[in-house]
Design a protein around this ligand. Sequence first.
Ligand SMILES: [Zn+2]
Length: 189
Amino acid sequence: MHRLVRAGIALANAHTTLDAAHGGVAAALAERVGLQDTRPLEPNPADPTQGIGRVGKLPEPTRLRDFAAAVAAALPDCAPGLLVGGEPDAVVETAAVSGGAGDSLLAAARAADVDVFLTADLRHHPASEHLEAGRPYLLCGTHWATEWVGLPPLAARLEAAAHACGHRLFTQVSQIVTDPWALRLSTGC
Ligand SMILES: [Zn+2]
């Protein structure tokens, strides 16, 4: 912080606010995986059109394994990849998404009555106890991959907003993978 101040560089830092905003992380994640007619998973009481996560419809009924393959192809590459919990051949039509750690949203996803929930950082007990009661099935990506998708649209919007006021803005989206995992090995003995 001191080095930024001395260099005259401003820093704007957004995390949960960007998750919840119009066109933010949750909206970008929903768009990347093709959800339609989206609404917030946990609406903001002050403005129910914004909020944590998004819920929406898939373009057409799809087997869980095929939707998972499409989600994996839509997320940036990282060592852990994407885990699938549930019945791979079951047909899914609706989904909830929330970038980053989603344990706390399992009940909200079930209450939203969706077929599948895409998030990250799910732990053994919350995930397995959730699946014992059935849908929504679970797609577990990584924290970084499910949040990073919000950055390219944010950069494009910042550039467009600057352009609209007659300024040229150069943006650069970091490609650094901030997940702590470097390598995945399949196990078997
Ligand atoms: Zn996060």
